[in-house]
Ligand binder design. Structure first.
Ligand SMILES: Nc1nc2c(c(=O)[nH]1)N[C@H]1C(S)=C(S)[C@@H](COP(=O)(O)OP(=O)(O)OC[C@H]3O[C@@H](n4cnc5c(=O)[nH]c(N)nc54)[C@H](O)[C@@H]3O)O[C@H]1N2
Ligand SMILES: Nc1nc2c(c(=O)[nH]1)N[C@H]1C(S)=C(S)[C@@H](COP(=O)(O)OP(=O)(O)OC[C@H]3O[C@@H](n4cnc5c(=O)[nH]c(N)nc54)[C@H](O)[C@@H]3O)O[C@H]1N2
Ligand code: SF4
Ligand SMILES: [Mo]
Length: 681
């Protein structure tokens, strides 16, 4: 007689770097995860996951999962390894790290980002480990720090509207965001608003699938958002579409901002943005005369030199019109500030283990240069060891030629904690098998909504995989770190992560999620700054203005003459940064690495749709297929990211072309501020 399969449903959270942080339900039959679904009860998840995460079991049981520790036997980058025992791997790694630390612990660098957004498998035991060691610190800037620091400087907190309230907005500006790709559950809410009569306007150089479903699309030039915001202010002032009472009470520095905006008539901005004066005036009229009006700002517009200043300017727009008085008005870039600073939590990360030491900080966005740097008084010791987890820098960091050269250094000792042999893992001395979200405990905050989530393990760890936290616990033991905090297990870390937040721990336990207690219209009566007002003139930064790109006709005319096309490289819909590129069913949908180019720019270069092209500049060359399409505006090409280099046509990806110059605020990369030329191959 057949026994009925033992079926369980486990509450989990999507771990990916995505604003939606969905609540997942994992169905487990006889110990195997057979299905993941969106939790229908969780308000923003609303029963749906995106296509890529619906394939999470396929990724978890992927035949190429790394399931034992691996030791390198071939040249760096070749990906030639043999399996070794955990004992051998941990013993060898600990011995190397000890030897380097005995000379100078700052020669060791952790490198991690948001492969998982979890508080436990992100920076908990790992941070404790590197704090105790006194390793160099990593400035985690690769994605959001320009916008985050701009928001913090303006509002005093990295936070904004509740995403749910966009459903009641009458006008929604989707600004620097391809919501259907990278913020799907917001798009569902925007659709609800549209059905109620709201107007949707998309501000994006690319005619994305989101842009074509909005009522209007302003295809501005990359890096011109600050100019657009200033011209909108100019129009708001000229027509007196201002909330004078709100400005008086809640904005510190309005006269200076007014003076700045008056320098930006629509004609001036139109020339900078590559828009018509009518487009700018029309948008200003809509924004100035519609309440409640909401802005869904996203990180795509801050990956340029002036990204920080542009975010400051856009963040001030709802202060001019008093949109913040309504719960369905204002702006949302990030909600993460509502989570009481959990990501830097003293208990999870134990900065006190530094015991007074102040190691140097290395910016993750300049890892290419920094791995190639010699020891010097300004820099400190040469980087001798790297421990990489939750990140794939060889694929995602800018100016790959230097990144690859750095990772290929024979004298660099590299340990990579991974699920797969990524471009980065291929360069490791040791690869350590990590568990996926289905196999470990975690606790999640979110940056696109205001719910905390608890992730319970649904299945046993596959093979010999261990969670990141478990791996750092084991390494700590081998290093002889005997502080009791190195004994905390993953469940303890996950359960304690939210003790200081304003969440209902019972709901977290039973439903897997709990809403934070955040005011409905959070900035209706001012901001959490010392003055209680939004700040225009930030100490050290001044009054914001438009900052032109590092690379453009205005700042680098000679370069622009040789490399006349501006390249942006936003994410492909079915990948998540470089994650999922190796999942066949998803790669099949994306096809192959593409460069979208406008028909006029293609014709001028004799490039046919589908032809192989060389995309190049002084930093490198990348070969891919041309997609001749009006998705790209004239003068702008779109290299959809972020492919694994080894799965591209010539073993490179778009980051072969990007540079390491940083944003005006936040020390972030300016991926979308990049001049190239394209030729038929
Ligand atoms: N499917 C999918 N979802 C994802 C990701 C993914 O890789 N794939 N990545 C996740 C991560 S890590 C992040 S940070 C977010 C990223 O998502 P977003 O924050 O939305 O940022 P991007 O996708 O980088 O860019 C969004 C849009 O901005 C446009 N853009 C580029 N330059 C400019 C500019 O100068 N001005 C304006 N106004 N627009 C510009 C791009 O064409 C793009 O359509 O998405 C997350 N979600
Ligand atoms: N040209 C260009 N470059 C970009 C971008 C762009 O738009 N254009 N986007 C940038 C942005 S916004 C970001 S955020 C970065 C993202 O860069 P990364 O944070 O490096 O993100 P991923 O490429 O998704 O790589 C994450 C890796 O973590 C691994 N991982 C996932 N979960 C775990 C776990 O629990 N344990 C361990 N050990 N590993 C795990 C995954 O297998 C994956 O290989 O890329 C940036 N690079
Ligand atoms: S990647 Fe984003 S949309 Fe997809 S399941 Fe995860 S949180 Fe939801
Ligand atoms: Mo990101």
């Amino acid at each position: 007689m057949n026994a009925a399969p033992e079926t369980r449903v486990v509450h989990a959270a999507c771990p990916h770097d995505c604003p939606d942080t969905c609540a997942m339900l994992v169905t487990v039959e006889n110990g195997r995860a057979v299905r993941v679904q969106g939790d229908p009860e969780h308000p923003t998840t609303n029963g749906a996951l995106c296509t890529k995460v619906s394939r999470y079991p396929e990724r978890t049981y992927h035949p190429e999962r790394v399931l034992t520790p691996l030791k390198r036997i071939g040249p760096k980058g070749r990906g030639e390894f043999v399996p070794v025992s955990w004992d051998e791997a941990l013993e060898t790694i600990a011995a190397r790290l000890k030897a380097i630390a005995a000379r100078d612990p700052e020669a060791i660098l952790p490198y991690s980002y948001a492969g998982t957004m979890g508080l436990v498998q992100g920076e908990s035991m790992a941070a404790r480990f590197f704090n105790k060691l006194g390793a160099s610190r990593l400035d985690r800037t690769i994605c959001a720090s320009a916008g985050s620091e701009a928001l913090l400087a303006t509002y005093g907190i990295k936070a904004g509207m509740h995403v749910e309230h966009f459903a009641e907005s009458r006008l929604i500006l989707i600004w620097g965001s391809n919501s259907i790709t990278s913020n799907l559950h917001f798009w569902t809410i925007a659709q609800a608003a549209k059905r109620q009569g709201a107007k949707l306007v998309c501000i994006d150089p690319r005619r994305t699938e989101t842009a074509e479903k909005c009522h209007e699309h302003l295809a501005l030039r990359p890096g011109s958002d600050g100019a657009l915001a200033l011209a909108l202010m100019h129009e708001l002032i000229a027509h007196d579409w201002l909330d004078h009472d709100y400005l008086e009470r809640y904005v510190d520095g309005w006269p200076a901002l007014r003076e700045r905006a008056l320098q930006w008539p629509a004609e001036r901005a139109a020339a900078v943005c590559g828009l018509t004066v009518e487009q700018i005036r029309g948008l200003a009229r809509d924004y100035g005369t519609t309440q409640p009006a909401a802005i869904r700002l996203n990180y795509g517009m801050q990956r340029v030199h002036g990204g920080g200043s542009a975010v400051r300017l856009i963040a001030l727009l709802p202060c001019l019109t008093g949109a913040w008085r309504h719960r369905a008005g204002g702006l949302l870039l990030s909600a993460s500030g509502w989570f009481a600073g959990r990501r830097d939590d003293a208990w999870l990360q134990r900065p006190d283990l530094l015991a007074g030491r102040q190691p140097r900080t290395i910016n993750m966005s300049t890892i290419g240069d920094d791995l190639l740097r010699e020891a010097s008084p300004g820099f400190g010791p040469r980087i001798e060891a790297l421990v990489v987890y939750n990140s794939n820098p060889v694929a995602v960091a800018p100016e790959s030629r230097k990144v690859v050269a750095g990772f290929a250094r024979e004298d660099l000792f590299t340990v990579v904690l991974e699920h797969f042999l990524t471009d980065t893992a291929d360069h490791a001395d040791f690869v350590l098998p990590a568990t996926t979200q289905l196999e470990h405990w975690d606790a999640h905050t979110a940056y696109g909504h205001t719910y905390a989530l608890l992730n319970k393990p649904a299945i046993e760890a596959l093979g010999e995989a261990r969670s990141n936290a478990a791996i750092f616990r084991a390494l700590a033991e081998r290093m002889g770190f005997d502080d009791p905090c190195f004994a905390d297990d993953d469940e303890t870390l996950a359960r304690r992560a939210f003790l200081a937040d304003r969440v209902d721990l019972g709901s977290l336990e039973q439903r897997g999620w709990a809403k934070l207690d955040v005011a409905d219209a959070p900035f209706a009566k001012g901001f959490p700054t010392p003055s209680g007002k939004a700040v225009v003139d930030v100490p050290g930064l001044g009054v914001p203005d438009h900052v032109p790109n590092h690379e453009c006709a205005e700042t680098t005319p000679e370069l622009a003459a040789r490399f006349p096309l501006a390249m942006i490289s936003p994410p492909a819909r079915h990948f998540l940064n470089s994650t999922f590129v190796n999942v066949k069913s998803l790669r099949a949908v994306e096809g192959e690495p593409l460069l979208e180019i406008h028909p006029d720019d293609a014709a001028a270069r004799g490039i046919a749709d589908g032809a192989e092209v060389r995309v190049f500049n002084e930093r490198g060359e990348y070969r891919c297929a041309a997609a001749v399409s009006t998705r790209a505006r004239p003068g702008v090409v779109v290299g959809l990211g972020v492919w694994w280099r080894k799965l591209g046509r010539d073993g490179t990806n778009v980051n072969e072309l990007t540079h390491q110059r940083l944003t005006d605020i936040g020390r972030a990369p300016s991926f979308y501020d990049c001049l190239v030329e394209v030729a038929a191959a």
